[in-house]
Design a protein around this ligand. Sequence first.
Ligand code: EPS
Length: 390
Amino acid sequence: MFRLNYQTAGESHGPALITTITGLPAGLALDMDLINGELARRQGGYGRGGRMKIETDAISFLCGVRLGKTIGAPLVFQIPNRDSRLDDLERTPPVHRPRPGHADLAGSIKWLTTDCRETLERASARETASRVGAGAIARCLLREFGIEVFGFVRQIESARTDVEVTEANWRSLIDVRDASDTYTLDDNATEGQRKAIRKAKEDKDTVGGHVECHVFGLPPGIGSSMDWTTKLDARIAYAVMGIQAFKAVQIGAGTRAGETRGSALHDPIHYDAAKKNEPSIGFVRTSNNAGGLEGGMTNGQPVVVTGTMKPISTLLQGLPSVDLNTKQAERSQYERSDVCAVSAAGVVMENVVAFEIARCFIDKFGGDSMIETQSNFDGYMNLARQLPLA
Ligand code: EPS
């Protein structure tokens, strides 16, 4: 069982999203610019629908925070829904024609109803605002230890950026990404991705894509190989697959590992005493096909995660389906939606990955307070740098 956990609640068109985080040390300063900045980024990206013009997501704390810092108690925050109309049957009518690709069909059968709304309100990607909030709070913690996350859109449909992200260039890429409408890393890719989304919209269709995130500043030893549930790569995969509409997750070389010989895949180990004070404590690698994770533990290299989002299943043209009440063939029901939410999904992925890293970080170093946590962290780093211990 992990000490740091979170839980989300709230329907897409209910009054609010509520998130509870337990296990944060006391004394963690919460950077509201960082947290609300991530929520704002999640609302953006070319291809979003009308809902994002209605909402302005921001966190308000209900418990667990005093004078801008955690107090070690369960922390609860809410994000209000401006478009709150769940019980208004005219504006939020039942949905009887399930969308292929959505939770509609399986959920309606599971909960023994023919009204897909019962399922879709919670299955909606609106819930990801909660997870971004929780992940951004985890980032406030990780930052205290020099750990930073950078994410972007690698590809939408076939429009791709080939820019490589490294420890040396990622900070300079933040502005490039933030200037891109699709959160990608070069002008050509931005234009290609915009074009793909525009064309899909004209065709009453939707598009998906690939997002990537890199985590820098991680020391070796976060996560554990002693039990499969504590492997950090497994935790990351679980969290990323839990994002609405994700169909794949890869760490480092990912599926390419199955097509590459061991001699070419595995990252050679060197030792450079000049780098002893860096998070890697001097153990350097000439490649990072492992994506920073070996045996389910960080190895001192950046963690690299790729996620794949399918095209959104709400299409203006509808898709072949049936009416759950009559069982007659019908096109699936259209509700206001996005044409592409890959850019937003990239922000969600960055933040759920951050939370999983923080979860394993607290498992190893967590004390009741940030002071104790810092002392545990420093103690471990000092010992690791002195290896072999007498
Ligand atoms: C979503 C449908 C749309 C999206 C929504 C996810 O909402 P609505 O039905 O209100 O137009 O905008 O995403 C969000 C609300 C959000 O905050 O990301 C869906 O069906 O999943």
